[in-house]
Design a protein around this ligand. Sequence first.
Ligand code: ZN
Length: 153
Amino acid sequence: MRLETPYTNSELQQIRTALAEREARLTMMLATAKQEALQDLSMDAVGEVSHRHTHPADTGAMEYDQSLALDSLERINHQLSEVQAAKGRLAIGSFGTCEECEESVAMARLLKVPEARYCGPCQRALEESEKLHRHTSRLDAQVVESSDVVDKA
Ligand SMILES: [Zn+2]
């Protein structure tokens, strides 16, 4: 791994600012998403008691909302940890090197996605393969989640 950064000091300063802004925004989004997930969970608990057998379609819709809220919570958490990892890479000087092909990540891309681990082409290739993977693992996760809810109820 190269330990020298290909960016100028002023570019690094821009990246630092972009990372700090992103971290602040994600922290706020995380707080909002946590609240929403909690609200959905308590709504769902009420739904379980009063409507479970009479309105199965409503319960299904609520479970769907809840899994959406948990999904976004997980996604924001992940993005936040990526931002923190990027700050760490910036501190040790290994920032901006694509972890896949070891080329420098373009400055324009870093200003949009300062926590990017990969250059544009590598990111797209990875997302394509991840989509296939995520589709199957999400189906498994749903089965685990719904049996978990039944156990608690
Ligand atoms: Zn790459």
